[in-house]
Design a protein around this ligand. Sequence first.
Ligand SMILES: [Zn+2]
Length: 328
Amino acid sequence: MRIGVDLGGTKIELLVLGAGGREVWRQRAPTPSGDYHGTIRQITALVNAAEAAVGQRCTVGIGIPGTISPATGLIKNSNSLCLIGNALDKDLAQALGREVRLANDADCFALSEAADGAGADAASVFGVILGTGVGGGLVYHKQIIQGANAIAGEWGHNPLPYPRVWTTPDGRSFDERPGPPCYCGRPGCIELYLSGPGMVRDHETMTGQSLTAADIVAAAASDPRAAATLDRYVDRLARALAIVINIFDPGTIVLGGGLSQVAALYDEVPKRWAKWIFSDAVVTKLLPPRFGDSSGVRGAAWLWPEDEATAVLSNPASAAARAGRAAT
Ligand SMILES: [Zn+2]
């Protein structure tokens, strides 16, 4: 069986997948905030409990906010600051006595949906997170494309393409150039418009009204100001995804994160994206996730494909050799 661990800022979730991707066992524990060694201990305890519950040794994959820098072998780009600069994969391998595979959480989402989720029929999948932040992962033939700098698919800190000027009903205008400043040091990032907080800020800028993203979406059916905010969101998402299609040309794009629940996106965005895509016709599908919030932890388990997991678990000598390699 395969264990997936989703390491979040507030909770650690563990899932055991059985044959055919069946969910066998699941448990959550709080993340020891700001405590790197405590985090290793918590994950080790969860893995031990899972293996005791299912009665067998498992492979272990983990999804994290951030990624391993190919330049240093240490964690970078993480909003869980205590992970930065540590060799989490190697430290976990040592604690668990086996090779541990680690990937970015958006990559795990994309892998889960590509493996047996909404994108299972597509050779190439772009998995998108539209939540507190905006992330993404690229999967080709059910393998994560990591990239030379381990940032493949990270589209949220590119500038919003084809910037335009919007006018409010009361005559005020908003120019998307240069856009608000981003914590990454650059202005006008896609994340500033397409994250949940981005939608909230946009609505406030254009209407003076302070509403949550969920309230804006709910009000769009009856309130023209909320409908206009949702319309700007659709327009921006179409422009931003068009650029990804022009470069990676995925068969399927799967949306995840809180804003993936906005049903209108799946009809409206593909109606608009064609005018920015360099193709006579666009067959790329835009789909909601099959596994929703579970895709992160499922994708972590899928870091070990089923046949590879079976091979390594049925050959302890090879598993020990892998653990030895992983621990050095
Ligand atoms: Zn940015």
